[in-house]
Design a protein around this ligand. Structure first.
Ligand code: ATP
Ligand code: MG
Length: 416
């Protein structure tokens, strides 16, 4: 059996959520093994010692994270020494590693830093490719205990560079594991489940996992088995069925975010985009520009919060705003077309809406949003009513706007 123990007062008090066990168990699962137990405890040395002593007989591999740092509250090494009846001694290899790293920053090892090299006698050092504190491995009879620091980034790096290889050496698994993640937007989890009920063949080596990641759902197909060809066939059968049932809502079969899918689309078509944002306050542009290389296709963006800004920067007629209101179909149309024409881009994307909590009316309640997409061949506006807090409405508006743009571009190329 494989177990994980995560250590930290911040984890048991609820101020930090435990990312490490989630990451490690997923990584272990991806190489064909399953973690059977995850335990989270505070920093108290006797708790750590007792937990290590109480590990069940059947468990052969334990990963422990947290408490290896230089501060007073980092007591994992001390607890490990106590639990395995070993002395704490200065580990020269660990000290050398720490010195080497600090030298890069022109710093010398302080007393607190030296503490990180005081480790249980006879342990094997696990190098830390990103931080200073080394991890260590203790072999106790047939059991293996891998101690890693708590910082999630370091845990990820050391899982990749050490943990998985070590685990594969200890536990021989003949299984192959393949994964594929589809990104779905526009259908909630329950609706997806309804459409995918009873559609998959029995006795498949593939299985399906739902991972909601607001406002979308990741669908992860996992194939596990001893025959790689069979696993591949089962997975592609699963994928085929999923596309048949909900294909129109799947925007990526490679786990890419929407902004990346759009970036690739625009780059491939050598097209450019300008954006006019009202209620999203720049969120759409922020997301699009998170993608490296977005300067190739994002030409400019306007945040047009006031009526005046819409008139002055986008040439939205003031009588149109007077007549229909700033949150209206004609204004969204005029914004999308205006931003495209003024910027000279292939596409224009515009949003105007009421994010709340104030500003709604009976006719246009909070959450009313108009999204416009424009190209030389025409402009399309869609109206929505979203629910939730201001943040939620902004997020879902940005997502819907990006998705509408994606569909709009695809439709143009599918027509021609
Ligand atoms: P350091 O050298 O930074 O002190 P450490 O091994 O002592 O590392 P901790 O002090 O336990 O690790 O944690 C370091 C940081 O990582 C803290 O900000 C802590 O909140 C965070 N952290 C620790 N464990 C987890 C976890 N399981 N999930 C997410 N964050 C964690
Ligand atoms: Mg610490």
């Amino acid at each position: 059996m494989i177990e994980i123990i995560t250590i930290g007062d911040e984890l048991v008090s609820g101020s930090t959520s435990d990312e490490n066990s989630r990451y490690i168990s997923e990584a272990i699962y991806s190489i064909g093994m399953t973690v059977s137990k995850i335990t989270t405890i505070g920093d108290a040395v006797e708790d750590i010692e007792n937990t290590l002593r109480g590990i069940q007989e059947q468990t052969c591999f334990v990963v422990i994270t947290g408490g290896l740092g230089p501060t007073e509250d980092d007591r994992t090494a001390q607890a490990a020494a106590g639990a395995f009846g070993r002395k704490l001694i200065l580990n020269q290899q660990a000290l050398d590693e720490i010195e080497k790293k600090l030298k890069k920053f022109d710093r010398t090892v302080s007393t607190a830093g030296r503490k990180q090299a005081i480790l249980p006698d006879g342990c094997i050092i696990v190098p830390n490719p990103v931080g200073t504190a080394c991890g260590f491995l203790i072999e106790d009879g047939k059991r293996h205990f891998v101690f890693l620091p708590g910082v999630p980034e370091e845990v990820r790096a050391m899982t990749e560079s050490f943990l998985l290889d070590r685990l594969k050496k200890i536990i021989k698994s003949k299984q192959v594991i393949l994964n594929q993640t589809l990104r779905v937007f526009g259908l909630w989890e329950s609706a997806i489940q309804d459409r995918l009920r009873d559609v998959f063949p029995d006795k498949s080596t593939a299985s399906l996992g739902y991972y909601p990641d607001f406002p979308e759902i990741r669908l992860k197909i996992t194939g596990r088995g001893s025959d790689p060809e069979r696993v591949r066939q089962d997975m592609s059968k699963f994928q085929e069925i999923i596309y048949e049932k909900i294909g129109e809502y799947i925007y990526s079969d490679r786990d890419e975010p929407l902004e990346e899918v759009i970036g690739t689309l625009l780059k491939n078509k050598k097209a450019t985009l300008s954006i006019a944002e009202s209620c999203t306050g720049g969120l759409i542009t922020h997301r699009l520009t998170n993608i490296a290389g977005s300067s190739q296709y994002i030409e400019r963006s306007f945040i047009v919060y006031s009526n005046m800004a819409k008139q002055e920067l986008l040439n939205v007629p003031s009588d149109m705003i007077q007549k229909f209101g700033a949150v209206s179909e004609p204004v969204a149309f005029s914004m999308a077309e205006g931003v495209r024409v003024l910027s000279g881009t292939t596409y224009g994307l515009a949003v105007t809406g009421i994010a709340g909590p104030a500003g709604g009316s009976a006719e246009k309640p909070v959450g009313t949003v108009f999204i416009g997409v424009s190209s030389l061949s025409g402009t399309e506006v869609k109206q929505y009513l979203f629910h939730g807090s201001r943040d939620i409405i902004k997020i879902i508006t940005s997502h819907t706007a990006l998705n509408n743009l994606r569909k709009f571009i695809n439709a143009i190329y599918n027509r021609s």
